[in-house]
Each structure stands twice: as structure tokens, then as C-alpha cells.
Design a protein around this ligand. Structure first.
Ligand SMILES: [Zn+2]
Ligand SMILES: [Zn+2]
Length: 403
């Protein structure tokens, strides 16, 4: 995204001010990119964030959920409180971008853009402290361990919203292959739930030449894998989304030996809690019955992961309205579709109203790819958006003043 100097965006007061320190923020983002840290190990990252927030004048709680930070800023006498959340952790991926600021750690990479999310929130934090006028409280939540689905849960377990109340909480994720700097809002289910099933099909091993003397768990597994898709096509309401993927199958070691057992690993996704429940019952039942029909046995371990990200209607409508007022409808994607990926922001939305939104990252490799590249050009519009969201929320109703 190339922003022309005479565009309305640059003339806008917020964008103009952020531009004065944008280079610093981009350098900060690239430094995080070069020094990525895995879930719950974001020490360096979180120390850096704290030192910036402290210099802006925030009241800081450091060390919640390990490396987490809650930074609070109050202006005026208003009682409303808005929370904004960014995630800080990286992934166990060997970076293959060839960028000059690529990860210095060969096996860890910011392949989901959480370095960018952190930089965006910091850019907004500075503006809110130094230039914004609002009437109420803003809380910035820098969360550890999103990638392993543990950070948000831990924040809540440590009393996040009891100790640091908010009326609503918002988060954002960059999204590759969506035009850079465009915004997407989804009322209701925005990202899928994710659960896992581990199935061990146990037969009776033997000589590959004498199948009649054993029970073949490979054949039973082959049939089971095919039958599992019948749950999506025949049991789930066709108007609902469900994904069952058998991502791993392991069994046997020689062509002429029937193994004792075969192990399958499944990922299971949907947007609807009732369907989620249905899948969690139907998958084990089908696995057991299928195995039994071959004289084998299925041992099933079903692990619930995250629920679906369920955006609240009012907060999503509000968030969308702020984007429309700030950037106009050409930057707000009309009918942004839910994503089948998952986010542990889902837990925060179970605790408080709010909305999780998407910012286009432009063309490029997908999230979690070794070639993924966060687009620094989206820092300005995304930080600008956070500022306008806070200013609007803390001067309710949403201001219609021309910026
Ligand atoms: Zn991720
Ligand atoms: Zn992510």
C-alpha cells in the first residue's frame, strides 16, 4: 500500500502524528522479528514493550500470565473502559524469507505477525497517551502464548477482568491475501473452534501372508478415514460448517507384517457450539463401531481446544462503524467471511463483550508459512484505527465529526 502524500489519510490528524514516529515503530517491529520468542518465553519482547509503555506514562502491571502486560491510561472523569489486546509470541518455524531482518533464531519465527500486532498496539499506545483526548480508561493487554492456546486462558485464570475490568475488549489479526490496510468485520462466529481427536485402532498383528489369523488395523483405519467424512456430509446440518481432517496416520513398519495398531490424529473445526458437541460425540462413536465391524477396537481420546471466536453484535457493529467513518467504505470489506483458523481471543469474548477484527496484509504467503512476511505498511492504518476506536468508544455515542 503506497499512501500518497496528499491523500486524506495523511492529512488526517491521527495519521499525521503517527507518521512522525512510524520509523521508530517499524524498527521496533523488525527488532522483534529478528528476536522471536516462543509461547510463555516472551521475556525480551515484554520487557521492551514495558519500557516503551512506561515512557508514554502508562500504569503498568507486568508479569500477569508470566510475561503478560496490562497497561492502563485514564483521561477525564468518564467511567467507560475499553480493552485492546495484542499477542506477542512466535512459532517453532525455521524462517525462509531471506529478509535482512529475518529471525536470528534458526528454529523460531514470527510467522503469524504477532510482532506486527504488538507494534501496532504500541504505536496506538503512544498516540493515545500523547495526543488523544478522551473521557474514560483504556487498557492495553499484551498477551503471551496465543499460538499454543494457553495465554488468554491463563490471563483469565489470573483474574484479568476482575483486576482490570473492561466494558468491552477488541483484538485484531493481519490477514494475507486481503488488500493491505483494508478492514474486515464479522458479527457472530468469526473464527472456528478447534478440537483434536486421537484414535488408536487396535487389531491383532501377524504375518502379512496370513491375514485370516490376525485382525488388520490398517484396513479398519482405511475404512474409518472414509467413514469419518460421512459425519460432515450426513450428520451435520448442511447449512453449518464442519471440517474433519485426518492429518496424521501411523502404523506398521514392513510390507509383510500386519501391525498391532494404527494411530490417527484429527483436527476438528466448526463455528457452532451445538455442531461442536455433535462432532465430539459422533467421531468417537463412529470410530468404535467401525473398528468393531472389523473385529478391531478403537481407543479414542477427544481433546477440546478453543471455542469459536464469537463476536458480539453491538461491539462489532460499533467497530465497523468506526472503520467506515475513519477510512470510508472502500477500506471496509463489505462481506468479510469467517475464517476457519482459530484464536484464543475466543476465551476473552466468552468473558466480556467485544469483537475480533481483521486487517488485510496484502498479497503474500499465508500465516504460519516459513515465507510469511508481515507488511509494515499496515501499521499506520491499523494503529490509526485503534486510536479512533478508543476515542470513539470513550466519547460515546460514536462521533460523527469529520476528522
Ligand atoms: Zn498463529
Ligand atoms: Zn496469530
Amino acid at each position: 500500500m503506497n499512501i500518497a502524500v496528499d491523500s486524506p489519510l495523511v492529512q488526517d490528524r491521527v495519521a499525521r502524528k503517527i507518521r512522525t514516529y512510524l520509523d521508530e515503530i517499524i524498527a521496533f517491529r523488525r527488532d522483534l522479528h529478528q528476536n522471536p520468542e516462543l509461547a510463555f518465553q516472551e521475556k525480551r519482547t515484554s520487557n521492551l514493550v514495558v519500557s516503551h509503555l512506561a515512557s508514554y506514562g502508562y500504569q503498568i502491571e507486568h508479569g500477569i500470565a508470566g510475561t503478560g502486560i496490562v497497561a492502563t491510561l485514564k483521561k477525564g472523569e468518564g467511567s467507560r473502559i475499553i480493552g485492546l489486546r495484542a499477542d506477542m509470541d512466535a512459532l517453532p518455524i525455521a524462517e525462509a524469507t531471506g529478509l535482512d531482518y529475518a529471525s536470528r533464531n534458526k528454529s523460531i519465527m514470527h510467522a503469524c505477525g504477532h510482532d506486527g500486532h504488538t507494534a501496532i498496539l504500541l504505536a496506538a499506545a503512544r498516540y493515545l497517551a500523547e495526543f488523544s483526548e478522551f473521557d474514560g480508561t483504556v487498557r492495553l493487554i499484551f498477551q503471551p502464548a496465543e499460538e499454543i492456546g494457553a495465554g488468554a486462558k491463563k490471563l483469565l485464570a489470573e483474574g484479568l477482568f476482575e483486576r482490570f475490568p473492561v466494558d468491552a475488549v477488541f483484538g485484531l489479526h493481519n490477514w494475507p491475501d486481503v488488500p493491505a490496510g483494508s478492514f474486515g468485520f464479522v458479527p457472530g462466529p468469526a473464527m472456528a473452534s478447534v478440537d483434536q481427536a486421537y484414535i488408536k485402532v487396535v487389531g491383532k498383528g501377524g504375518h502379512g501372508a496370513e491375514p485370516h489369523r490376525g485382525v488388520d488395523p490398517v484396513l479398519a483405519s482405511a475404512s474409518l478415514i472414509t467413514a469419518l467424512q460421512s459425519i460432515v456430509s450426513r450428520n451435520v446440518d448442511p447449512r453449518e460448517m464442519a471440517v474433519i481432517t485426518v492429518g496424521s496416520i501411523h502404523g506398521g513398519s514392513a510390507s509383510n507384517v500386519i501391525p498391532e495398531s494404527v494411530e490417527l490424529k484429527l483436527t476438528v473445526r466448526t463455528f457452532n457450539e451445538a455442531v461442536r458437541q455433535q462432532l465430539s460425540e459422533r467421531i468417537p462413536a463412529l470410530a468404535r463401531a467401525q473398528a468393531e465391524s472389523f473385529g478391531a477396537k478403537a481407543e479414542v481420546e477427544y481433546r477440546f481446544g478453543f471455542p469459536s471466536v464469537l463476536n458480539h453484535a453491538d461491539e462489532t457493529a460499533f467497530a465497523r462503524k468506526v472503520a467506515l467513518q475513519t477510512f470510508g467504505d472502500e477500506k471496509v470489506i463489505a462481506d468479510f467471511k469467517p475464517r476457519t483458523a482459530s484464536e484464543d481471543f475466543a476465551f476473552l469474548l466468552q468473558a466480556r463483550p467485544g469483537s475480533y477484527l481483521f486487517v488485510g496484509n496484502g498479497d503474500g504467503a499465508p500465516l504460519h508459512s516459513a515465507s510469511y512476511d508481515f507488511n509494515d505498511e499496515i501499521i499506520l492504518p491499523a494503529a490509526h484505527y485503534w486510536v479512533r476506536l478508543v476515542e470513539s468508544y470513550l466519547s460515546s455515542p460514536v462521533s460523527t465529526t469529520t476528522l
